[in-house]
Design a protein around this ligand. Sequence first.
Ligand code: SAM
Length: 501
Amino acid sequence: MAVEDAEQYADLLGWAASKGITDTPPELEWAGDSPTLGFSLRIATFPEAGGRGLTAARELKLGELILRVPEEALMNGKSARQDVELARVLASCPSLSDVQVLCVHLLREIAKGRTSERYPYLVHLPRYYHTASFYSSFEAQALQVKDAVSMAEGAAQSCREQWLEARPVLGKLELGRRFSTFQAWLWASATIASRTLYVPWDEAGTLCPFGDFFNYACPGVSYDSPTSTQDTSVEDGDSYGLEIRDRLRDGGFEHDRAEYCFYARQDYQEGQQVLLCYGTYTNLELLEHYGFLLPFNPNDKIHIDLPSVDELNPGASRGCQEAVSPKDLYIDHEGKPSFSLLSNLRLRAAPASLLKTRRHLALAGQQISPESDKVLFQWLKTKCQTILRSCSTSLQADELLLKIIDAHPAMVQIQKFLAVCKDDTASPSIRSDLLFNASEHLHAVITHEVEGFIASVSHSDASSTSSLQEDLRLERWRLAVEWRLGFKKVVMRCISRCSRL
Ligand SMILES: C[S@@+](CC[C@H](N)C(=O)[O-])C[C@H]1O[C@@H](n2cnc3c(N)ncnc32)[C@H](O)[C@@H]1O
């Protein structure tokens, strides 16, 4: 963790204080004192856990009020309509959604440059994002799993549709070409997706200066290590040494104070990263909305479709079927079937003769008979094996590919790697150590994907592809590989669990 140079953020801290943003508890404020920051929180960088974030400037206690951001500093649909010119143009286009309104508001403020009253805040917003709408077709396909690929392709498509609908408004506001392009819209919508906080009156949420520096804490996990990195070597059945807790409410808009208030979700030592729970997300949802993955995410799940009514027990009369919500049918991060998946599989696997008297057992989470449990776990195991077979690379290939990308984190490096791999005359000493022991098949699979990635980057609009853009695409491809590897690990855990049971 590196505490950020106060100079670098002096403009933001000064502006925040002028807006009444403060991390001093109300009981310690002296009447007439101007608000300040730095008493409870400091801006710092956590390379392994979210990059820029907030660190405890002193010991903080669970439940303590640690930051207050007055309504005047927030940026949302209400503040958009306080801008007279913007309100007039928005009134002429009432069909825009809350998210579109906030995108327009953000782009209008950015287009004002230094003359924007919010410039000291806006200038510190990230320049780039890895949220799903930025995924190219190659990166989306690299997710491999059908639902994940459609999520990424759909995100880019829906962002484009929203931009097309909002274009007349951007035109009327005369923001200038640079701030009206699809690229600018993508940036604004990713800013909103990854940084807004919940408010009850606006579906887009609110941008909350300084409050949007908090990195994410997963509900149910207590972050005890000072840098908040978690053990990533997850073994089946391991308790991971983490304390599982209920979700705490750690931030929200308080009408009586007219402030967005943040509370410590646990005790923190000075220097420890202070985190905020944005909600309960699977890793795919984190990737979609926030552009990152958690190495350990107890809320991760994989959806499993139920077999047809007589697939497990052909010809048997099933009687009436329980109504079941698809979202409850999943295997969790440990590879365990959810309660609803297990009980519905039990009802489908049991012979009709037993169902009459033992149906209630399945509904109470108990076995109907050892034989029918065997049938259902065999079915689940086969289903998981089919899921893995439908992916174009194996878990081992993904692990190796991830190591290769990590060892070659820039486009020029990955290009050199490919050149060496394909050069039959290269001596073993200059060939990559990483592929040295790989089988011919693995070698071919890896080379094929690396080649595909490089081709996809060079086929994209060459005039606008800078080396920075290429490196960002490499990072997105890496995230896609990391996600599918995590997915396959969960499926593998389910297979070993089924084999044991
Ligand atoms: C609300 S912002 C948090 C502050 C942000 N790091 C910044 O520099 O402004 C949310 C973004 O921070 C990053 N982030 C937050 N929590 C993270 C975590 N636990 N691991 C990795 N990245 C994280 C992601 O890029 C996410 O989209």
